[in-house]
Design a binder for this molecule. Structure first.
Ligand SMILES: *[C@@H]1O[C@H](CO)[C@@H](O)[C@H](O)[C@H]1NC(C)=O
Ligand SMILES: *[C@@H]1O[C@H](CO)[C@@H](O)[C@H](O)[C@H]1NC(C)=O
Ligand SMILES: *[C@@H]1O[C@H](CO)[C@@H](O)[C@H](O)[C@H]1NC(C)=O
Ligand SMILES: *[C@@H]1O[C@H](CO)[C@@H](O)[C@H](O)[C@H]1NC(C)=O
Ligand SMILES: *[C@@H]1O[C@H](CO)[C@@H](O)[C@H](O)[C@H]1NC(C)=O
Ligand SMILES: *[C@@H]1O[C@H](CO)[C@@H](O)[C@H](O)[C@H]1NC(C)=O
Ligand SMILES: *[C@@H]1O[C@H](CO)[C@@H](O)[C@H](O)[C@H]1NC(C)=O
Ligand SMILES: *[C@@H]1O[C@H](CO)[C@@H](O)[C@H](O)[C@H]1NC(C)=O
Ligand SMILES: *[C@@H]1O[C@H](CO)[C@@H](O)[C@H](O)[C@H]1NC(C)=O
Length: 565
């Protein structure tokens, strides 16, 4: 494999000498009386050092041609000038290049010709160009690069066809001042022929004619297709603020030499922003046409770049083609926000449920306390008691005496501290009344039934299956609206010996287990146990604010509660 470096240093000289035959003789034509400038091809070889001496001489002569610019034939800046040429100038010329270690030579054949009789050109010395009927044409007046005026443009060019003027009167022909092209629209076969272009060159105050004749052939040409935008395609792209974007406009065309350009906000992009410098490129495409493009860099996308469409425009023989691209800020990640929002919502709900579960009782009790006085008075439900209390009586052998609990602690907390009105069987019944009648009547007048359970193990007795209790429980179960609150004075492991109704209530509503002892601390309405009980109790009917005091301020005082009913 040959390394690229080796290629550059060693192949080129070999290639250039290989091409020597071709480049060592070239022909140039000039109409007698007109100027001609000839340059030497070997001087343009890139490997040549800039430090060289170039001289022109006529074949067979050792005297170099003068560099005296007033001379009709002279050398100026390595270019050989004949201003103007005469018939005797025809012949062979050599261009000699010499630098410190080598020399090279090139031959030039100059033909000075006369026009054919009656014509403005010579049929032997014509350039050949081609135009296509399908896509229109453009004729170039060739070899004028040395004949620019001091303003670096070519003076106006006159065009003749078959030596006749007035060509531009047909509006299919266009030629702008300073332009070396003749554009032909809607080409027909009749446009075939000999076109002569003529301009002037003023040297040392003397004006000379410069003319060229082109034989123009007309062909059908490739299919008539307007250029097509490969990119952009009227679309938008998302780009970050401050990012680097290469703005490409690529056009696929059967015609070459189109000039696409970018516009934004009605002005050229370099006017819109002076850092936007366009670069045009063109290369052949596989289909025989061309990919023509123009591009500029947005090195840092600015806010203003988002507010306009960037149009790429191109004029072509059939009109103008336009396509745009719009820069957009990247859309915020909606999906991400949505998922995040949902996750946090779920989290909040879970947290709320958790907190509610944890603090449900406190919340309900707080709500009852704080809001009740402001709520309008409920319509009375016709009940007298908040709860009907049932407990196993006279179980002195029990570890936790149900008597003490039901007759002392329960009234202390629920009645005195919380302001409930209880019916405690054995305290509030009048002696002599029939048990069944009292129970039935009082339960009907109560909002809850509290049943105090004592475990078998601690006192060797279960709740007596007396008719009173049976009745109470059935009542509570059957009648809608009476809720039963089970209180276990100690852990009851085995419910198998309990009545069915108790089992049912336990299973459905559970039981509240007494965790306290019989000390004062357990008599506070704000312990967990009492909060549980209060939660299961109905909200108190209207009580006076003084009775809202829940803390046992004077536990053993003989203070009595007066209920507002
Ligand atoms: C060039 O000059 C040489 C020597 O004077 C001569 O032999 C040769 O024929 C000339 N060539 C042409 C093309 O005039
Ligand atoms: C070019 O010519 C000048 C004088 O004519 C001479 O001084 C100079 O050395 C020459 N340079 C080379 C590279 O031959
Ligand atoms: C060159 O340009 C200047 C100013 O534009 C103008 O006055 C002058 O006539 C031009 N010269 C030629 C030869 O066109
Ligand atoms: C070229 O031909 C088209 C229709 O065939 C016509 O509209 C247009 O004006 C013609 N252009 C010129 C410059 O004559
Ligand atoms: C162009 O010039 C050539 C040579 O003089 C001539 O043969 C030919 O007929 C001319 N073409 C036209 C279309 O006049
Ligand atoms: C230049 O050409 C025109 C006609 O095309 C002619 O009238 C004029 O004399 C010519 N000028 C010179 C210096 O030959
Ligand atoms: C435009 O064409 C150039 C040259 O073929 C290519 O490098 C570039 O990627 C193209 N750009 C787009 C956006 O297609
Ligand atoms: C755009 O930037 C790239 C490098 O990022 C550079 O190669 C290219 O020449 C730039 N093009 C223009 C038109 O400035
Ligand atoms: C793109 O937009 C331009 C002007 O907005 C329109 O002339 C052109 O037909 C559009 N091109 C496509 C392919 O929609």
């Amino acid at each position: 494999m040959i390394s690229p470096l080796w290629f550059i240093c060693c192949i080129i000289p070999y290639v250039s000498s290989f091409n020597a035959e071709e480049r060592k003789l070239s022909s140039h034509f000039v109409l007698v009386g007109e100027p001609i400038a000839i340059s030497c091809q070997i001087a343009k070889i890139p490997t040549l050092h800039s430090d060289y001496n170039l001289t022109w001489s006529r074949n067979g002569s050792d005297t170099p041609i003068t560099t005296e610019t007033h001379s009709r034939i002279h050398q100026q800046d390595n270019v050989l000038w004949f201003i103007p040429a005469t018939l005797e100038d025809s012949g062979l010329y050599e261009c000699n290049i010499r630098n410190s270690d080598s020399s090279d030579k090139e031959y030039i054949q100059l033909h000075v010709f006369k026009n054919n009789d009656g014509l403005c050109f010579n049929g032997e010395t014509m350039y050949k160009q081609k135009v296509f009927m399908s896509i229109g044409g453009k004729i170039t007046c060739p070899n004028l690069e040395y004949f620019n005026d001091e303003n670096d443009t070519v003076p106006e060019i006159q065009w003749h066809k078959e030596c006749k003027p007035g060509l531009l009167q047909d509006n299919r022909f266009l030629s702008s001042k300073g332009d070396i092209y003749l554009i032909i629209n809607n080409v027909t076969v009749h446009d075939k022929g000999n076109y002569t272009c003529q301009t002037t060159y003023t040297y040392m105050g003397i004006q000379h004619n410069v003319s060229r004749t082109i034989y123009v052939d007309v062909e059908e040409g490739p299919k008539k297709t307007p250029p097509v935008f490969v990119y952009p395609k009227n679309h938008s792209i998302e780009v970050e603020l401050g990012s680097h974007v290469i703005m490409d406009c690529n056009i696929s065309s059967s015609i070459s030499a189109l000039n696409p350009y970018w516009q934004v906000n009605g002005e050229d992009v370099n006017v819109f922003d002076n850092t936007y410098e366009e670069q045009i490129y063109e290369k052949p495409s596989q289909g025989g046409g061309f990919i023509i493009g123009t591009r500029f860099n947005i090195s840092k996308v600015k806010s203003k770049d988002y507010s306009h469409k960037f149009f790429c425009r191109v004029f072509h023989p059939y009109g103008e083609a336009v396509a745009y691209i719009l820069l957009k800020r990247p859309a915020p990640n909606i999906q991400g926000y949505l998922i995040g929002g949902l996750v946090s919502l779920v989290f909040v709900i879970v947290a709320a449920v958790f907190v509610y579960k944890l603090l449900k009782i406190d919340i309900v009790l707080w709500y009852r306390n704080s809001c009740h006085p402001f709520l309008s008075k409920k319509v009375s439900d016709g009940k007298i008691y908040d709860a009907y209390v049932l407990y196993p009586k006279n179980r002195v052998s029990c570890l936790y005496s149900p008597d003490i609990f039901a007759l002392k602690i329960l009234p202390e907390v629920l009645e005195r501290q919380c302001g409930y009105n209880l019916f405690i069987f054995g305290r509030d019944d009048l002696p002599g009344q029939a048990v069944v009648n009292v129970a039935d009547e009082k339960i009907n007048q109560s909002r809850r039934v509290i049943i105090v359970l004592v475990p078998e193990s601690s006192c060797y007795s279960v709740l007596e299956d007396t008719s009173e209790q049976q009745l109470a429980v059935y009542d509570a179960l059957i009648r809608d609206g009476i809720k039963v609150i089970l209180i276990e004075l100690d852990k009851i492991k085995d419910y198998t010996n309990m009545p069915e109704s108790i089992k049912y209530i336990k299973q459905k509503h559970g039981a509240i287990k007494w965790k306290g002892d019989f000390t004062e601390r357990s008599h506070s309405a704000s312990t967990k146990f009492w909060k549980n009980v209060r939660y299961q109790m109905p909200p108190r009917q209207t009580v006076s604010p003084s009775e809202l005091l829940l803390l046992p301020t004077a536990f053993n005082s003989p203070h009595t509660i007066t209920l507002e009913r």
